[in-house]
Design a protein around this ligand. Sequence first.
Ligand SMILES: C[S@@+](CC[C@H](N)C(=O)[O-])C[C@H]1O[C@@H](n2cnc3c(N)ncnc32)[C@H](O)[C@@H]1O
Length: 330
Amino acid sequence: MDLLNLDNVDESLNLLELGWQFRVVRVLMTGNKLGIFDALRRPLSASQVANRCGTDPNMTERLLIACCALGIVKREGNKFTLTKLGSDLLLPESPRYIGGILGHYENLWWFWTGLAEVVKTGKRDAAPSPPDEYADRWHEFWIWAMHGIAANGVGQWLAENLDLSDRHLLLDVGGGPGTYSVILCQKFPNLKAVIWDLPRTLVIAKEVVKRFEMEERITLQEGDWNKDEFGSGYDCLLMSNILHGHGSQAPMKLAKAFRALEPGGLLIIHDFLLNDEKSGPLPAALFNLMVGAYSVREMLTVVENAGFRDVRLVAYHSKRGAGLVTAVRP
Ligand SMILES: C[S@@+](CC[C@H](N)C(=O)[O-])C[C@H]1O[C@@H](n2cnc3c(N)ncnc32)[C@H](O)[C@@H]1O
């Protein structure tokens, strides 16, 4: 076979490169785990970093070079320090800190490691469990991960694509850390919000609301959608990342949302959505493999079947495979 004249060379290189991307995740997780990013608040040589973190100087330098290539660390001579992006994302005091995402990656790593067993058996728990140090903090990492995602572009995208200037009271069902409520209240001065979630999630939401000084406009409401109604009298209601496909009890949640909204109330759904052929895009396909996702058409249908009108996909973020759907309660 002629190895000089091949078809699909660009595509094969792209796929091979994509397949290697797990290394990037491990670089971020390792820098975080070893306290490397925290050490880089000021310029240090690789040996000084190694000394502070109890690591090998040579391998530390190689890790730092990889961090430079990722744009989170910069090098001046033999000194390394965090870039602005690195400080924004990797220092715990930053409002955009992604420590929760890195902890969440550690937990999800094991699902992906055990994917063959999961696919063989159809059972998610066929994958190995994460080590206790991560598994014990699963919920905390997960909810802080949601904050990291919302605070690093997704919340801003949501706000850009919604007009809530005439709305007054938003119910954020399964609102998690409440970051979307914070961003929407920051954008729309007339808006107040209620974050509705399980008690242990609200512990984190309380911290987020306080951090962004939104206590006057955002309140917290404990609730469990398996047994509680969502309340009533809202003129808008957000369901972000709680309608992940057929296993998500979407009809039950949408019926409760319908009852919680006033006539004319706006339902806002933000979730991973597959294309109608169910052949992509990749971020939605990977999320579907891990948790579940509707196609765009399926999502519109399930919302229409719950009695909502004017159901439409108002924006689609192709890079993230996520869509924003709105509908009106007649
Ligand atoms: C994937 S997170 C989404 C968080 C947030 N809406 C976002 O998009 O960032 C799912 C949320 O649903 C909440 N949740 C899970 N089970 C619940 C239940 N039975 N009742 C109420 N909330 C629940 C979790 O605590 C979590 O905050």
